[in-house]
Design a protein around this ligand. Structure first.
Ligand SMILES: Cc1cc2nc3c(=O)[nH]c(=O)nc-3n(C[C@H](O)[C@H](O)[C@H](O)COP(=O)(O)OP(=O)(O)OC[C@H]3O[C@@H](n4cnc5c(N)ncnc54)[C@H](O)[C@@H]3O)c2cc1C
Length: 627
């Protein structure tokens, strides 16, 4: 197999940014100058997300309870606040603390990855000299109409202009290029490589402006590479509605919340073809569940195979599902579309928080102005800064100097480059994964310890692929391809947003990023979700980059038209963002997140919800608890 040697290329050379200009029209020359810096994590390709080297110390601590870290170096540094976790919640905690207590307060943020932002991660690809942006994780604001005043105020202070998204997002992009929601059936499982121009599920509906299928469901099922009986079963599932439950109408709502989607499919509808089960399992992507142990209601909310919100409306709770709008133009449109999207996703929010905390990190005074600004990572941890952000550092032990109830100080021990360090602070905010807290906080009360031990995280993977051109994608008419036979459950063109001088691709002859996404499930079908997440996580972490590259090669080569696509010629770079600990799963009670002495707990996990706005709200609560 030939290699994409560009994949490990660190983009240290000068590059062209096309015709892009910064909003003030001035900064291009400076930007180009800045790009000569080679220590720049957003431009790294290969295995990213929880990259190798980021989680070994945490696993050693959590899995083996290791306490032997060699000689500890007591640093001559004292802080008002140490924040563990450099995701949006940790960064927002530092921002709020500084706002509440004064910008002269000394703050240290400790982050185990080589980049900040947590799940809000910027992916840069340089394809034939052109820099293209994508998101390695957190993508868009979700349902901003429900954002609290705390969140809206912070976003305002960062320079977010909600109105700007309306023109920045090109909702005609997909229509203009004939890109729709399709399903790719691969040869390995379905006997032939085939695209059917229907997604058979509601998942693609969140992409505003994507073309809806034009063929009706009977015609679409006829084209699916299943045998005659399989097609009959698939059609039965796809045309199901509450009356097919076979029970009294008064029982529908209760029933869909109690009965499993797979039991209903198998036992009530008689859908037993394993290939249809495969399609069903693969149809839940971002909603953080395992379809074979999900209720019918869960499958409905996740837009799973055959679970059409329009026909099942009667059993859904108000607001549980996006309301589809019929714009009569053949495109997907929902009441609250996901258009609040920056070219690098919510990484822009993380980057702007860093810019506020450490002004020298780069140019730009608001979210739009920083989109093309290459941050100087050497500025993150400067001795003379009031706020310091220390990367590649994993907190492994946190303890009060004396008894938690009257201690003036907290010690935080962390590992960086296999060396142990200790810093002293007056306060600590734990904005890390909440499931890590019982492993690293000393003398945590038993009830709190037990509560936090219940938590887990859902593994997710977003791979971004730098394509030299997307002629093959256009030829195949793919805006999003559900992919029931592949590791990546869906492949899509990114949200078409141009902002801050960054131009989204407009011609199929130009480079672009293709997104490939999956929410990994376990191998033991029907096992409890937590077990399946664990199995999937271990499988994910055991794979090498070459495994992912082989999978992506097979996927794209099978899916895209052969006379338009050649993997070795057309794929310039691959970034596999593995989030072994992705979405929050489960919610702890107040006991789990209550402050402990001088230590408060943040992170979106504390709210039991994986959303950017919740990460910010939990930061606000944690800072207030320390006041
Ligand atoms: C693939 C993906 C897509 C998503 N898409 C969206 C979206 O579109 N919209 C949305 O609102 N939300 C989305 N989310 C949810 C996302 O989790 C939140 O938006 C938000 O970024 C969470 O921020 P956080 O700071 O609470 O947690 P995190 O981003 O998880 O940050 C916590 C940080 O703490 C670090 N850490 C953990 N333990 C330690 C330790 N011991 N020492 C040092 N550091 C430690 C972690 O490595 C991490 O960097 C997505 C999540 C994923 C995984």
């Amino acid at each position: 197999m030939s290699k994409i040697d560009r994949r490990d290329f660190i983009n240290g050379s000068l590059m062209l940014l096309g015709s892009s200009v910064m909003p003030d029209g001035s900064a291009i020359a400076q930007n180009l100058e800045d790009l000569s810096n080679s220590s720049y994590p957003p431009a790294l390709n290969g295995l990213r997300g929880s990259h190798p080297g980021s989680n070994e110390s945490a696993h050693k601590k959590a899995w083996t309870g290791n306490n032997d870290w060699g000689r500890r170096n007591l640093l001559d540094e004292e802080y008002d606040l140490v924040v563990v976790g450099g995701g949006i919640s940790g960064l927002a905690s530092a921002y709020f603390f500084s706002q509440q207590h004064g910008s002269d307060k000394k703050i240290l943020i400790i982050e185990n990855h080589d980049d900040f932002g947590g799940h809000a991660r910027r992916n840069e690809h340089v394809v034939d000299g052109k820099m293209i942006l994508g998101e390695g994780g957190s993508e868009s604001f979700e349902y901003p109409s429900g954002f609290s005043n705390v969140v809206l105020k912070l976003l305002h202070e960062l320079g977010v202009d909600m109105e700007a998204f309306k023109s920045a997002y090109d909702r005609n992009f997909f229509k203009k290029h004939g890109l729709g929601a399709v399903t790719y059936f691969n040869e390995r499982y379905f006997g032939e490589d085939k695209i059917v121009r229907h997604p058979f599920c509601d998942y693609p509906g969140f992409i505003e402006g994507l073309l809806r299928p034009k063929i009706d469901i009977n015609e679409a099922v006829e084209q699916v590479p299943l045998n005659t009986e399989g097609k009959r079963q698939l059609l039965k599932l796809l045309t199901s509605n509450p009356s097919t439950l076979g029970i009294e109408k008064s029982q529908w709502r209760r029933y869909v919340r109690e009965v499993s989607y797979f039991d209903y499919m198998r036992d009530t509808l008689g859908v037993i073809d394993p290939l249809i089960h495969r399609m069903a399992r693969q149809s839940i992507v971002d909603y953080g569940g395992v379809p074979d142990v999900m209720t019918i209601n869960g499958a409905l909310e996740g837009g799973a195979l055959g679970m059409n919100a329009a026909t099942w409306k009667e059993v859904l709770d108000d607001g549980a599902y996006q309301n589809y709008l019929d714009r009569k133009d053949g495109t997907y449109a929902v009441e609250e579309p996901f258009i609040e999207h920056y070219p690098d996703g919510n990484a822009t929010i993380a980057r702007m928080l860093v810019k506020k905390l450490i002004p020298n990190v780069g140019k730009g005074d608001n979210v739009e102005e920083i989109i093309l600004s290459k941050f100087n990572y050497h500025q993150l941890d400067k001795k003379n800064s009031n706020v310091r952000l220390r990367l590649n550092s994993t907190a492994i032990n946190i303890e009060h100097e004396t008894d938690a109830s009257n201690s003036d100080y907290v010690y935080t021990d962390y590992i960086k480059n296999e060396t142990s360090y200790r810093v002293k602070s007056k306060n600590v905010i734990l904005a890390c994964y909440n499931m890590m807290i019982p492993h690293i906080v000393n003398n945590l009360p038993q009830d709190q310890y037990q509560e936090l031990m219940k938590l887990t995280k859902i593994p997710l993977q977003y791979s971004t692929i730098g394509l030299r051109n997307w002629r093959a994608v256009k030829e195949a008419g793919i805006g999003m391809a559900m992919s029931p036979g592949n590791m990546h459950q869906a492949v899509n063109m990114d949200f078409p947003t141009s902002m801050g001088g960054y131009e989204y691709t407009n011609s199929p002859n130009d480079p672009c990023i293709l997104h490939m996404r999956c929410c990994l499930q376990g191998d033991t079908h029907g096992a409890p979700a937590i077990q399946q997440f664990k199995e999937a996580r271990y499988r994910m972490l055991a794979k090498k980059f070459s495994d992912y590259e082989a999978e992506i090669r097979e996927h794209l080569t099978g899916m895209l038209p052969r006379n338009y696509f050649n993997f070795d010629r057309d794929v310039a770079s691959i970034t596999v963002n593995r989030w072994a600990h992705g979405y929050s799963y489960g919610k702890v009670s107040e006991i789990g997140i209550r402050p402990f002495g001088k230590i408060a707990i943040a992170n979106s996990d504390a709210s039991g919800s994986s959303l950017m706005n919740r990460a910010i709200e939990e930061a606000w609560r944690a800072v207030k608890e320390l006041s």
